[in-house]
Design a protein around this ligand. Sequence first.
Ligand code: KIV
Ligand code: ZN
Length: 507
Amino acid sequence: MTQEKDKVYIFDTTLRDGEQSPGATMNMQEKFRLAQQLVKLNIDIIEAGFPIASAGDFDSVKNIADNIRGVQVAGLARANQKDIDTAWEALKNGENPRIHTFLATSDIHLKHKLKMTRDQVLELAVSSVKYAVSKTSNVEFSAEDASRSDLDFVCRVFEAVIAAGAKTLNFPDTTGYALPDEFAAQIRYLIENTANIDKAVLSVHCHNDLGVAVANSLAAINAGARQVETTLNGIGERAGNTAMEELVMAVKTRSDLMNVRTDIVTEYIHPSSRMVSSITGMSVQPNKAIVGANAFAHESGIHQDGMLKERTTYEIMNPCDIGLSEGSLVLGKHSGRHALKDRLRVMGYATLSDDELNKVFTRFKELADVKKDLVDEDLEAILLDEVIYIPEVFQLVSLGAMSGNKTMPTSAVKLMVNGVEKIGASIGVGPIDSAFRAIAELTGTQSKLLYFAVSSITGGTDAQGEVMVRVENDGKIVIGQGADPDIITAAAKAYLKALNRLEYLKK
Ligand code: KIV
Ligand code: ZN
């Protein structure tokens, strides 16, 4: 790529590092949908996965490289020929595929993990980059654990791999150890001491273990880095990665200090964040910067008064800029199929089949009858129920629950199990417990419920309840989410979704 001085490239790794968040597994269709949304955001590079990690990862990277256009698609590979071959096999039909190969440079990793000397690491880095360059000129090299490495050694490695053809050099703070001033000084040192650094784009990849991934990335930009690796909602290994929405909005809002730009279409930030949280089941904390539910909520009377007089008294960003507007109060019972389709397109669901759209429309009308104003989150909840990402071996037909302070909580459940109708009832400590027991019996499954959370999608007693569960069986952990105005039905849907995911994984 020809490098513009003031442009910061956004390399999104939600589908790779983001997926490394515990429990955030996404299936192929979900990843594809998210990749389409990343294109709308105008991300520069999508890291679609780690092709050698599993057959599923390979297929998913290939599917994205084969079909997504208008963005570079990257695949991760360790520094060896087999990884690089596999990554290339998955990527090769892409419009502008990138091989992203990595090797650790810190003494801790060399001694305990790689059991290699610095000279061996240098040699392997160079030979791997040369091998990758024999497939494509678009090669990125990452010095894993770079921020804890001897910087002179990193400079030697960077200089050698640039000479070998790497076009992007990534300096990761793999363990989230660095602090902003220190990290910026490291970037400056690299720029000053790597002779041919002007032949490549310098990138950073920060983890959030000390809560400063975004601050480190911003400091690195000011020191000269021109690619930042990010994830939506900041998900990722351990405490996560640099949150794309925070970085991009900081660059935009403080353009007076940053003097750079990204090409992200920020109006897609909010729907994209919602898409990630609904697909992964990782909800966004309400006070999270930019995309948290409270990020633009003003509670104190003094603040509300100021806002009514002039928005900028207490707001540094316009909520419309991240795709949040009063227009998020979107549709009501009189809205038609066309309005629904249009809203779904904005939310990133442009490619629903007619059949899927019909199902969503029917549910939308049912909900609009009981709830006056439907917002994006309501539509998302319907999408999660109706747009089938995984085959539904178990389907809820009906559920009746009885509870109260003097009643033994009992649930009667009717399911379709592999196309056969089954009916059962169970008692439990509460109505949800009894429903789950009945479902476990009818489906013949033995899973462990690790996590259960109920929230209301929007305010008001007519709000839909949203239930999120995390379930484990045989070492496999999956999430399930369900929404319904009836909270016990929402819980049953969430549980069944998780059980369907487990069935899918078994196959
Ligand atoms: O954190 C890290 O070092 C990584 C590399 C593979 C870039 O994720
Ligand atoms: Zn990482």
